[in-house]
Design a protein around this ligand. Structure first.
Ligand code: SAM
Length: 191
């Protein structure tokens, strides 16, 4: 049996995971705070590096920053005035998540082969030119649901689930329990 071939387990290199950012377009300041906060928290917990938020919502950015100070990691929410500029200047593949797009399973190999990805999600209304400006329009099923679900599923498939996300500098950490809650406080922050 051939050993050491490029296909063998021993010599196969572990594939680098893409760096992923999220862009949320059409946030309604004062009307969507809970949903957009959940989007940011899901993106963070499942391994995204940052979320661009259009339009900016400084109170939301600060709420997420306060959470990240306790639970670790470098995730930030960046308010932006012009989402088109973010899309045009992003140094990687721009993927608009929409129920009208190509199936996720078909797009995944291409997405996994990218170094950097920007996952773009809309709100109540999606600007029509987003379909053209994105490199790909990708659907998580062809039924309407939610930006939180769409981002969570794509991050899970791409990055391998919440246990792969890292949160250095955390001041507290959950110790998983079959029942009840256990949280430890870390004096100097975890690495
Ligand atoms: N009527 C809106 C539209 O024009 O698409 C639906 C908005 S939906 C409440 C908010 C966002 O969730 C969408 O812009 C899209 O990014 C995401 N989304 C909802 N269902 C999706 C699906 N099946 N696949 C991918 N993304 C989805």
């Amino acid at each position: 049996m051939a050993t050491g071939s490029s296909g063998s387990k021993r010599t196969r290199r572990r594939r680098a995971r893409p760096r992923v950012a999220v862009l949320r377009v059409g946030h309604r300041v004062g009307r969507d705070p809970r949903l957009t906060t959940h989007l940011a928290l899901a993106a963070r917990a499942l391994g995204a590096e940052r979320m661009y938020l259009e339009p900016a919502d400084p109170a939301l950015t600060e709420r997420v920053a306060a959470l990240a100070r306790g639970w670790g990691g470098a995730f930030v929410v960046d308010g932006v005035d012009d989402w088109r500029r973010v899309v045009r200047s992003f140094p990687g593949r721009v993927v608009h998540l929409t129920m009208y797009g190509e199936p996720l399973a078909r797009a995944l190999p291409r997405l996994r082969g990218s170094d950097r990805l920007l996952l773009v999600v809309g709100g109540a209304k999606v600007p029509p030119d987003l379909y053209r400006l994105a490199h790909a329009n990708v659907a998580v099923g062809a039924q309407p649901h939610s930006e939180v679900a769409a981002v969570a599923i794509v991050l899970d498939r791409l990055l391998g689930g919440p246990d792969r996300a890292r949160f250095p500098g955390a001041r507290r950490r959950v110790v998983p329990q079959a029942r009840g809650k256990k949280v430890v406080t870390l004096r100097s922050g975890s690495r």
